[in-house]
Design a protein around this ligand. Structure first.
Ligand SMILES: C[S@@+](CC[C@H](N)C(=O)[O-])C[C@H]1O[C@@H](n2cnc3c(N)ncnc32)[C@H](O)[C@@H]1O
Length: 231
């Protein structure tokens, strides 16, 4: 076995497969803030570049990629509205992927999480933290307009409605949305499959197009990632 780590391009731009010294294959992004971690990820240097492992147990975006999601519109310069940013785990990897010319409007309503997110954004200038409630998108209308992607991971009962009001306000025509649905946040007594179907029907009834649904099982119980588009 090689004692060196190896890196290979993933089929999606600015994502990598990292083979670590112990032989494990991990997803990774190129660290745009070398020497710094944002959570418990590993930093690995290869040929003068530093990569951060992208943990599918900590990020539903990484889990969806590992579960073979087909849509990946994130690229250099993307403009993203991210709802439920927490302390910036997934946001920081998206920041690596979209580079200096992109922007992530990262909305979070918990005071504690937003403090962590602000310190991450001080070192990663493509993150604009917004301390607001995503149920009321007008609160950030002075900052956000016409984004390429809306990503939502809020774990709330009304997550479909929150997605819809934000998408209708800010997503450009043809833009993508990503909705991480946690069945238990909606109804603990109902079959998750019925919940997922109802959420998708609700989004379709608002005129949105559903492109794919990725089951995140093995990383997150009773969660799916729904990917869709604004017509
Ligand atoms: C599951 S965590 C998000 C994890 C994060 N997306 C990641 O991958 O790093 C859900 C977050 O959504 C936030 N949240 C829930 N409802 C919200 C709302 N209405 N507006 C803004 N943030 C909200 C919570 O405070 C929490 O930090």
């Amino acid at each position: 076995m090689s004692l060196l780590s190896e890196i290979q391009n993933h089929e999606f731009r600015n994502l990598f497969w990292l083979k670590t010294k112990d032989g494990n294959i991990r997803l990774a992004t190129l660290n745009s803030d070398p020497g710094r971690k944002v959570y418990t990820e590993r930093l690995v240097k290869i040929k003068g570049k530093e990569y951060r492992t992208f943990d599918p147990y900590k990020s539903k975006l990484a889990a969806a990629i590992r579960k073979k999601m087909k849509s990946f519109p994130f690229s250099e310069g993307s403009k993203i509205l991210y709802l439920g940013a927490a302390s910036g785990t997934t946001v920081s990897h998206v920041s690596d992927i979209i580079g200096k010319n992109g922007v992530i409007y990262a909305v979070e309503f918990s005071s504690r999480s937003i403090r962590d997110l602000i310190s991450v954004s001080e070192r990663r200038t493509n993150i604009t933290p917004i301390h607001a409630d995503a149920r009321f998108p007008e609160e950030y209308s002075f900052l956000v307009s016409n984004v390429d992607i809306v990503y939502e991971d809020v774990a709330q009962p009304n997550q479909a409605e929150i997605l819809n009001v934000n998408v209708q306000s800010y997503l450009k025509s043809g833009g993508y949305f990503f909705l991480a649905i946690k069945a238990r946040s909606i109804d603990v007594t109902k079959d998750p499959k019925i919940i997922f179907r109802e959420v998708k029907e609700e989004l379709k009834s608002k005129g949105l197009i559903i492109r794919e649904t990725i089951d995140l099982e093995s990383y997150e119980k009773d969660h799916v990632m729904v990917v869709g588009q604004m017509p």
